[in-house]
Design a protein around this ligand. Structure first.
Ligand code: ARE
Ligand code: CA
Length: 494
């Protein structure tokens, strides 16, 4: 039995005694919510591979995909070549314009949106002239038919020896000098803004439902607002503004352009998971948390992304079970909305994904045994989004829907339970040993299948069956450093 149950109410709801309420005999179970707010970043997946994966994503409960940048880019094996635009032709090592359009159509068919990474702060960073992926000739600060120094399309900040950003505590430097030598566009000027709007409009014509604004910190907020101004009202805008506690530029400044990525969550959850006091993760973003966070309704959180997994500021696939725990906490979080990350294994920070002789990226494939215990060879697609433990909890989140007035958190030492009224219940165990306890789940009586370790297949549960008795009580064994999740969409007796 959980002896002293610390019940913390979320969203200021007054729900005294809800968990103890008795269930009328024969009560109808609620329908799953079918919420679609979980995103997945398919880092360096080709357009064809994403199109092929979309049915499985929809089935698991993902609502949208974030792609890598789709425009023409510099040549080279490294992954980061796609972050150096040569033109806005939608032709890249990830696929052609036609393949991109086919991807958005295939994904739309199963209800999955596609959001593209938009690199609009800068162009290339090499000092030498070259030819881009689609054959466009270019030189640093000269992109024929597009941008040139002669027409004043670039900044030359004159504030540092090489015009590169050296200090993040200087706002003017960050926005008008060069991020690692990348030719910095004069985004405060109307011709530059207008051409960038045209590029984003083209992506929308191709079926793109939103954009990640790469390096948004390096543009003034009015510039970002002007660049996204013509996007459809419902388009998702995700500004990448890495929160630096000592920096003058705040992610909050970018809320006028849309939503913003909250980097603090992934950094903070790393220490919490490693320390085991998982209760602290439920306080991230709340008034009880110590850090300042973006307002929840405009914030997107993630355990890691392609930069942070390389920088080791966050957990990553290499952290195995800790990574699973962090993803479960993210998906159960009432703060912000979650983006699951999915990439390829690497030991060299610069190493690109597997490519053919021409440099085209080979289509991603997921190994059957993708999961936290597997050893990964460099270049293998890790497919975190398909790890059964993570995909199962994505399904849980889709079934329970956003945390409403009935959302509750119960804490007993290192065991934390998340209740979503009659729709679902989830428990995480930060201990190094299994914990068996009787919990008050808030669920209607029935037999529910744990979707972390198991699945419901043809009415049979391949994992632990959680028997919920009258009054919502259930005796559950929560594996060490793992979780159990049940919901109305996966009832063995349903
Ligand atoms: C590559 C080479 C460089 C070379 C350059 C030009 O590595 O040596 O000078 O090419 O030839 C990615 C890679 C870079 C790569 C670049 C272009 O990470 O290595 O450079 O592509 O190919 C800051 C920005 C933030 C940015 C991070 C990386 O604020 O916007 O740096 N993140 C995005 C993407 C990256 C991408 C770019 C931007 C560029 O997600 O993948 O770069 O398009 C503190 C600050 C942060 C700062 C961070 C790192 O935490 O708070 O704001 O992030 O330090 O400096
Ligand atoms: Ca800039």
């Amino acid at each position: 039995m959980l002896r002293r149950l610390a019940v913390r109410l979320l969203a200021g709801a007054v729900v005294v005694g809800l968990l103890a309420a008795c269930t009328p005999a024969g009560a109808e179970h609620p329908e799953p919510a079918a919420a679609k707010d979980v995103g997945v970043q398919l880092f360096h997946w080709t357009w064809d591979a994403i199109a092929a994966e979309c049915p499985a994503l929809a089935e698991a409960g993902y609502g949208w995909v974030l792609t890598s940048p789709p425009q023409e880019h510099v040549l080279g094996e490294q992954w980061w070549t796609v972050y150096q635009p040569v033109s806005y032709r939608v032709e890249s090592r990830l696929g052609t314009r036609e393949q991109l359009a086919a991807m958005t159509a295939a994904c739309a068919e199963v209800g999955v949106d596609v959001v593209a990474d938009a690199v609009v702060n800068h162009m290339t960073g090499q000092d030498e002239p070259g030819v881009g992926w689609a054959g466009s000739r270019y030189a640093h600060y000269d992109y024929p038919g597009l941008w040139s120094d002669a027409e004043g399309h670039f900044h030359h900040c004159g504030l540092t020896a090489d015009d590169d950003i050296s200090r993040y505590d200087d706002v003017v430097e960050v926005r008008s000098c060069e991020l690692v030598n990348l030719a910095d566009l004069a985004t405060e000027t109307e011709p530059v803004r207008a051409r960038l709007r045209e590029y984003l409009a083209d992506l929308v014509d191709l079926g793109i439902a939103g954009v990640r604004i790469d390096a948004a910190k390096h543009m003034a907020p009015p510039d970002v607002e002007a660049i996204v101004a013509d996007l459809p009202a419902q388009a998702l805008v995700l500004s990448e503004v890495i929160r630096g506690p000592q920096e003058p530029i705040r992610p909050e400044e970018y809320l006028g352009a849309g939503d913003v990525l909250e980097f603090a969550w992934g950094r903070d959850v790393k220490g919490i998971v490693q320390g085991g006091a998982l209760r602290l993760a439920t306080e991230l973003g709340s008034h009880e948390g110590s850090a300042t966070y973006l307002p929840s309704d405009a914030a997107w959180i993630f355990v890691d992304n392609h930069d942070t997994e390389r920088g080791r500021q966050t957990l990553s696939y290499a952290d195995g079970q800790d990574y699973v725990l962090a993803n479960v906490l993210m998906l159960a979080s009432h703060y912000g909305r979650p983006i699951v990350y999915s990439g390829y294994a690497f030991s060299d920070r610069d190493a690109g994904p597997e490519q053919d002789g021409s440099g085209a990226v080979l289509p991603a494939t997921c190994p059957e045994d993708a999961g936290p215990a597997r050893a990964w060879a460099d270049g293998e697609w890790v497919c975190q989004h398909a790890w059964p433990e993570i995909a199962g909890v994505v399904g849980w989140r889709a079934a329970v829907g956003p945390a409403g007035e009935d959302a509750q958190v119960q804490v007993d030492g290192r065991v934390v339970a998340f209740s979503r009224g009659e729709r679902g219940w989830l428990v995480v165990n930060g201990n190094a040993e299994d914990v068996t306890s009787t919990f008050e789940t808030g669920l209607l009586p029935g037999a529910y299948c744990d979707v972390v370790a198991g699945r419901l297949a043809d009415g049979a549960c391949t994992g632990q069956v959680v028997e919920v008795a009258d009054g919502g009580h259930a005796t559950v064994t929560v594996p060490a450093r793992s979780a159990v999740a049940v919901h109305v969409g996966a009832r063995q007796d349903g």
